[in-house]
Design a protein around this ligand. Structure first.
Ligand SMILES: *Cc1c(COP(=O)(O)O)cnc(C)c1O
Length: 382
């Protein structure tokens, strides 16, 4: 049995430990921005956009203020109009649907797949109406949604595909012909977030859009900058959404580590898989054939209504855990005006009572995972 006293305290994420690994480089990058005092639109921002585009093998990266803005900018640049319908999973973070509502668009929810947790691609076609303009797949917890059939359907029906890649930057989608492509570069446009706890996190807020389409990239750039293609000439009603130079400088250092970070998360996931394999009362995360998993979260399903008791037990043992998410979006108060009811999406509703995300991050050690696994086993087996 591993003792609590012999391991590092468990945290959902360990951003300070991660910082220490690259502290000199980060400190220098920050100091350099201060020395240049180019806090907005400095060279670091352009460098980062170029490097991230290269990393994802995509033509254009447009940095912006955060991942929520990225989603909003995508919908604005694609000129979605009030009343247009957007198909979106009910099992996701609120940001995905919030911007749809804010722009006066109508969210049309789709249920989740019970094993991958991603939107149920097979359920989309029945939801398409003459008003449908876009589908927003979310690559939840770090694994791609089933994009190949989704993309085929979108092409047939002339719909935009906006990929919410806030949790899956760096994941590879694997097409049936073996060809692979980065998450966020498969649809019309991809959005991502650099919130500190995301797989590529900065030290504040940040976000970006990814697209192969040059015309759309230009519109997005203008849209994020008060709708101006030329300074003080406003052709579009835009917003102010910027990635600042300090954040870009930090991201330039951390982007070089992203594959290393992903490998560490995958290693931690493998330890969990092995150590939890014999616990029948839980289901470890499914790995789908069509995507790699970058483990933004390691999310288990707890059977027989024992999730909350397990969570309380773990808390007592100083093991943090989180429920992503306790209420599916179609049942949230703010979105009740869309007329959905309990029972509309049984998979998502069941998941909200079963999922539990365990600590996973780049600094997690095998002994820590072993401690978590032992506590889970002792909860079920005594
Ligand atoms: C984090 C997140 C966002 C929003 O990103 P912010 O940078 O916090 O605005 C959007 N969608 C999903 C799925 C997320 O996890």
């Amino acid at each position: 049995m591993s003792q609590l006293s012999s391991i590092k305290p468990l945290q959902m994420v360990d951003l300070h430990g991660q910082y220490l690994q690259v502290a000199d480089e980060i400190n220098q990058a920050i100091q350099s921005v201060i020395d240049q005092t180019a806090f907005i639109n400095g060279a670091e921002v352009k460098d980062f956009a170029r490097s991230l585009a290269q990393y994802n093998a995509v033509e254009h990266v447009i940095p912006c203020g955060n991942g929520t803005d990225a989603l909003q900018l995508a919908m604005m640049a694609l000129q979605l109009q009030p009343g247009d319908e957007v198909i979106v999973p009910t099992w996701t973070y609120v940001a995905t649907v919030e911007v749809i509502a804010l722009l006066g668009l109508k969210p049309v929810f789709v249920d989740a797949d019970p094993n991958s947790f991603n939107l149920d691609t097979g359920a989309i076609e029945a939801l398409i109406s003459p008003k449908t303009k876009a589908i927003v797949p979310v690559h939840l917890y770090g694994q791609c949604a089933h994009m190949e059939p989704l993309l085929k359907l979108a092409t047939e029906k002339g719909l935009y595909v906006i990929e919410d890649t806030a949790q899956a930057l760096g994941a590879d989608y694997l097409f049936s012909g073996q060809q692979k492509q980065k998450a966020g570069t498969l649809g019309t446009v991809g959005t991502t977030s650099f919130f500190p706890s995301k797989n590529l996190g900065c030290y504040g807020d940040g976000g970006a859009l990814l697209t192969h389409n040059s015309e759309l990239a230009n519109t997005l750039k203008a849209m994020a900058n008060h709708g101006q293609f030329e300074k003080y000439h406003h052709d579009l009603i835009g917003v102010n959404s910027r990635l600042d130079s300090l954040q870009a400088a930090i991201l330039n250092v951390k982007l070089k580590q992203l594959d290393n970070y992903t490998a560490k998360r995958q290693q931690a996931a493998k330890w969990y898989d092995q150590m939890l394999a014999e616990v029948e009362a839980i289901q470890i995360p499914e790995r789908v054939a069509y995507s790699t998993h970058v483990f933004h979260q390691y999310t288990i399903k707890v059977k027989d209504g024992k999730r909350d008791a397990l969570r309380d037990f773990l808390k007592e043992k100083e093991v943090p855990s989180m429920i992503y998410y306790p209420v599916p979006l179609h049942l949230q108060k703010a979105y009740s005006t869309y007329g959905y009811e309990k029972g509309d999406f049984p998979v998502a509703e069941a998941l909200s009572g079963e999922v539990l995300s365990l600590p996973i991050h780049t600094e997690l050690e095998e002994a820590q995972v072993a401690y978590v696994a032992e506590q889970i086993k002792s909860f079920f087996h005594g």
